[in-house]
Design a protein around this ligand. Structure first.
Ligand SMILES: Cc1cc2nc3c(=O)[nH]c(=O)nc-3n(C[C@H](O)[C@H](O)[C@H](O)COP(=O)(O)O)c2cc1C
Length: 263
């Protein structure tokens, strides 16, 4: 049963257009299609000049009004444990904690409005673009990354991280980006939704046309999840992610709407 699922998964992998050599001539596309989340790192340290290149790639991401509303807090594995009392997973030697940051805009100009949701949304978009540059730059240099938002590595535990890391008001943790040299070969790509289910022409696709596309992707995704994680995706969603969403919602509200008296 497991071997036939694996064969099906491998077949699906081979059929993906990005694996047909289309991108091989273009190094940017090759990096985009090849990058995978890494969940097994070597303990080897990252040379400073490499870390500098990767973090500088974040500074060159586009951002609304060029406000660059993010900061990167670099914590080696030992520093992370010391401050948060939690180990970095997957043997990662270093964490880049991605922070949404409207604090430093306040250092530049007086802002008389309190608009935490708008600030959060703008910072989140800008920071996400910076994160994408980081993961692609890292991959292009032979390193691996894992973005983590799960507790206690990002939004879900923003209140704890603000406290542990002594972050000022208007700064909120978004996610961790584990960085290091990967062990072994790259893992297979978790199935993506087919092109037709993502890219619509002129009109949003009718539900009766979209449903089978999504249904077929979900089946592949569940099978691939079972193979790679050895557990049921449905069970994981019910038991882990549903409560986590609620926790994230509450933690986020407290972080965004924190008062001066909480400082
Ligand atoms: C916002 C965000 C949060 C994520 N959080 C986690 C996480 O908590 N744990 C984890 O193992 N992977 C996490 N991931 C990695 C995703 O599971 C991964 O990107 C997805 O399965 C697609 O696989 P790929 O990155 O190899 O293409 C996260 C990715 C993103 C973008």
């Amino acid at each position: 049963m497991l071997s036939s699922l694996r064969a099906l998964f491998n077949l699906l992998q081979q059929q993906r257009p990005e694996n047909l050599g289309v991108s091989k001539a273009n190094p940017v596309l090759k990096t985009i299609f090849e990058r995978r989340t890494i969940r097994n790192f070597k303990p080897d340290p990252i040379p400073e000049e490499i870390l500098r290149l990767i973090t500088d790639s974040a500074r060159y991401a586009p951002s609304g009004v060029n406000l660059q509303t993010y900061s990167l807090l670099i914590l080696r594995a030992n520093e992370w444990v010391q401050k948060t009392k939690v180990q970095l997973p997957f043997g990662a030697p270093l964490n880049i904690l991605l922070l949404g940051d409207f604090h430093k805009i306040r250092l530049a100009i007086d802002i008389n409005i309190e608009a935490p949701m708008a600030e959060f949304s703008i910072a989140l978009v800008n920071a996400s673009l910076a994160a994408q540059n980081i993961v692609l730059a890292a991959h292009s240099l032979g390193l691996g990354t894992a973005i983590l938002m799960d507790s206690p590595f990002g939004l879900s535990d923003s209140k704890k991280l603000v406290k542990d890391l002594d972050l000022p008001k208007h700064v909120f943790p978004i996610c961790s980006i584990l960085l290091g040299y990967p062990v072994g070969t790259l893992p297979p790509i978790p199935p993506r939704i087919d092109h037709e289910g993502v890219v619509f022409s002129s009109n949003y696709m009718k539900q009766e046309d979209l449903s089978p596309i999504i249904g077929s992707w979900w089946k592949q995704f569940e099978a691939a999840y079972m193979i790679s994680r050895k557990k049921s995706l449905r069970k994981r969603l019910d038991e882990h992610y549903s409560p986590l969403f609620i926790k994230t919602e509450n933690s986020l509200k407290e972080t965004l709407f924190r008062n001066e008296s909480d400082e």
